[in-house]
Every structure is written in C-alpha cells, then in structure tokens.
Design a protein around this ligand. Structure first.
Ligand SMILES: O=C(O)CCC(=O)C(=O)O
Length: 265
C-alpha cells in the first residue's frame, strides 16, 4: 500500500499557542495541496518547551487541539499524526501525541512514557502508562515521542506480542541540534531492528535553552534513509510503499528467530 507523507518541520513560538496554531493551519493547508495521505507534526507544537508556564498554558483535556486537528483532518480528508501537545489532566500535565483519521476521528492518544530529565521534564510533566499502538488506513502503526527512541525495549513492546506488528513507527520530537547524530543513529537502528518504516518529525529553531536540529527523516525497513530534511523550516514530502516491510521481514525473519527465553529484559 502506498502512502504519501508530509512531515511538517517547523519552528515553534515559545509559550505562544496562538501563533503556533496559525502556523500549523497554514502549513497543513499548504501540504494538502500535494494530495498527501498522512501529515506529521512535531512534539509539543502548541507550547514548545515553556515548561515553567505549562500549568498555565497547557490545554485542558487537549480539547482545543483535538477540535482544531479533527476539523483540519475532516475538512481536508487527510490523516494527521498530530505531533504532541501539553494536555492538562487530573493527574497533571502530559505530553500527549494525537492521531486522527481522514474522518477527523481521534484514533489514538499516546502520552510520552519516558520523561527527559536533562530538560527537566519530570518536574513539570507526568509520564504516560499506555502504549502507542494504532491503525491508519487499516495498517498497524506505533507512535512514540522523542526520548522514547532511546528505549529499544519500549519500541519492541509495540512490535511483539500484540498480534499487530506495526509497519510504520511515527516519532515526533523536539530533538536538540547538539545530539542530532544520536537522533539519526537511533532512528536508523530502530528501523533496522524492527524492520519497519520510521517516520520522524523534528522541529527547528531555538528557545531560551536549546537549539533544535531538524533532520526530520523517512527511513525504510532496510534502514535506508529515503528522505531527510536539513535544519530549516520545510515540509518533507515522500511516498512510501508498505509492501517493502513484508519483503524485508521475509528476507531476514528476525521476529521468527527471536529467543525470548534467553533474554533478561
Ligand atoms: O534523548 C535526547 O537526546 C533528546 C530527548 C529530548 O530532547 C526529549 O525527549 O525532549
């Protein structure tokens, strides 16, 4: 099955949701002109990393973001893997990824499971407890957020034992420029070991504490980098064919050859 993707690699105005909503509306409107099947946004695109003001600017129940994105998806009849937003919940603020189908239905919410202490996330956010499995266009997918890609066991948890075995792993991020070599290596590794497409959307620009690295990527199930953005704002378009996943999984059957009884993790 062919899927045309648009990864929106954007700058994010620090702590200014209104500006960011306008940017996303503009970019999505631009992307749909290319008749894309799936649009992908970066992590925390409504607020950026304005963590100390998060309690004030996070979206209660993510209601505003859900209404906005659902309307965009339905109006343009496109799937949207809508990055993540700061969601106010009864337990605190979560960093929550939102996925919408072409009918504008919210098909999945995933809250970042691994909080990044180097950027003080654990002081301002509560971690998610659920997996990121979902389906788009009838195909199994998984979604994770930024630091989550440093945890291969977590990604593997999505790939085995559920009967779904996702063919596409969506990653949304605000990954700093100074560790962009880790970003590339980790994404390529996750694609090779799980024999799936990795569709990774990062932001660009900077905030008072970090410069962000871009390099949004589309990686094939053989680990090949099919398309990669640089460090400026752009929309990365690419069409992928999910049949490639079956071919790679048949050629090197790593899932069949696993020896879980030997593994301690
Ligand atoms: O793991 C890293 O180096 C970056 C992670 C990160 O920036 C995040 O999770 O927000």
């Amino acid at each position: 099955m062919g899927l045309k993707l648009a990864l929106i690699q954007m700058n994010i105005a620090f702590g200014q949701p209104n500006i960011n909503y306008r940017t996303v509306e503009k970019r999505v409107t631009e992307a749909v002109k290319e008749k894309v099947d799936v649009i992908v946004l970066p992590e925390l695109w409504t607020t950026g990393y304005d963590l100390s003001r998060l309690a004030e600017i996070a979206d209660p129940g993510a209601k505003k973001a859900i209404h906005f994105l659902s309307t965009l998806a339905k109006t343009h009849h496109t799937n949207i893997v809508a990055g993540s937003v700061a969601k106010q919940t009864e337990k605190g603020t979560t960093n929550t990824m939102l996925m919408f189908n072409r009918d504008g239905r919210l098909v999945k919410e995933y809250s970042k499971a691994h909080l990044f202490r180097l950027m003080n996330e654990e002081k301002y956010l509560v971690q998610g407890e659920e997996d990121g499995l979902f389906e788009l266009e009838g195909e199994p997918c998984a979604g994770v957020i930024c630091y989550d890609i440093r945890f291969p066991d977590w990604i593997r948890t999505h790939m085995v034992g559920t009967g779904l075995q996702p063919k596409v792993l969506y990653v949304v991020a605000e990954w700093p420029k100074k560790r962009i070599d880790h970003w590339r290596a980790l994404l390529i590794s996750r694609a090779i070991e799980n024999q799936c497409y990795v569709i990774a959307c990062n932001r660009v620009g900077s905030d008072p504490n970090n410069e962000f690295g871009g390099h949004s990527m589309v990686i094939g199930p053989w680990g090949e980098v099919i398309s990669e953005a640089q460090e400026e704002e752009t929309i990365l378009y690419k069409e992928i064919d999910l049949k490639a996943v079956d071919i790679v999984r048949e050629e090197i059957p790593v899932f069949e050859d696993r020896r879980p009884a030997l593994y301690r993790v």
